[in-house]
Design a protein around this ligand. Structure first.
Ligand code: ADP
Ligand code: MG
Length: 288
């Protein structure tokens, strides 16, 4: 069952001079067994949504339902801790939260707190390390001796090891070089495909969304601008651009070419797809 936001509003600093309505009547569904991208400009409410999903924040109005349960239902006190493990949240720059002597202990921290046996913990640590690509050798190092990219993986592994049914990652590729970002996002996609977890990737890069997400929720200033599958979202790249989102250059190029009658009908968001479509046009095949 999915995560459902029904008319959710959130206000920071209520009744203070800094009062700020960060979300205003937001409704959407995070579907099971796929990667959902949550995209919007800085300040559009992405991180606030992440924290509402696992119960760290309570809605000011509206409800957040996970697996059919209102996670803030006062009559169901068990819900809160259950939800904390059910919805795994990887914060932005999670590597700053590593603190144990070894990477292995850091990844084990969550499962240990859940009350897993030593044997179960060892299995989970090995599995999580495999998913994110941490070698055995690195598992016994201090997290502080790892490279930036490796630290990020260790922090993500710590959440994966809790085996959450939903995994939400706030800007998991932020600050990594292009190889590092592709690598981590590819690993997350493999993890989703293997585990059938619902994964939510928060980003402000349309390129990442295009390459790694199945469904996309676009936010605009605390509201939902559009939800849909990737093709629907990219069908109007100029509208996305006007929201300040970085639409892939290749998408804009093909869109503009189409305005001049080129006739590539499928949405294009990678250079490879553009190449294939152009080759098909040249060879006289119908564009799909
Ligand atoms: N702790 C906070 N106190 C007050 N305002 C905040 C706080 N965190 C976020 N905000 C405000 O809420 C809005 C949404 O922020 P956020 O959810 O962090 O957006 P995003 O993750 O998309 O950048 C912004 O206007 C931001 O300034
Ligand atoms: Mg944020």
């Amino acid at each position: 069952m999915p995560i459902i936001f029904d008319n959710v509003s959130y206000v920071y600093g209520e009744h203070t001079p800094f009062e700020n309505k960060a979300l205003d009547g937001v409704s959407f569904t995070i579907e099971d067994d796929m990667i959902t991208g949550l995209i919007g400009q800085t300040g559009s409410g992405k991180s606030t949504i992440a924290q509402l999903c696992n119960g760290l924040y309570k809605p000011w109005a509206g409800t957040v339902t996970v697996d059919g349960e209102d996670i803030n239902d006062k009559n169901n006190k068990k819900n809160k801790s259950k939800n904390f493990f059910r919805v795994g949240l990887v914060f932005q720059y999670p590597e700053y939260q590593l603190f144990e002597e070894t990477v292995r202990k850091d990844i084990a921290y969550g499962p240990k707190n859940m009350g897993c046996s030593e044997e179960e913990i060892a299995i989970r640590v090995a599995e999580a390390a495999r998913f994110v690509g941490i070698s055995d050798e690195n598992l016994d190092k201090s997290p502080f001796d790892l490279s930036g990219g490796q630290k990020r993986r260790a922090a993500i592994a710590g959440v994966i090891a809790m085996e959450p049914k939903y995994l939400i990652l706030d800007e998991p590729a932020a600050g990594l070089d292009p190889n590092g970002r592709d690598d981590i996002l590819t690993k997350l996609k493999q993890y989703q495909r293997e585990k059938h977890t619902s994964v939510v990737i928060i980003s402000h890069s349309m390129e990442d969304m295009a390459n790694y997400c199945d469904r996309i929720i676009v936010l605009k200033k605390g509201g939902v601008y559009k939800c849909g599958d990737k093709n629907e979202i990219f069908s109007d790249p100029m509208a996305l651009s006007s929201l300040g989102l970085s639409v892939p250059q290749i998408t804009k190029l093909i869109y503009n070419a189409n305005q001049y009658g080129v006739g590539i009908n499928e949405p294009i968001y990678t250079v490879d797809a553009a190449y294939d479509a152009v080759m098909r046009l040249i060879s006289g095949e119908e564009s799909t």
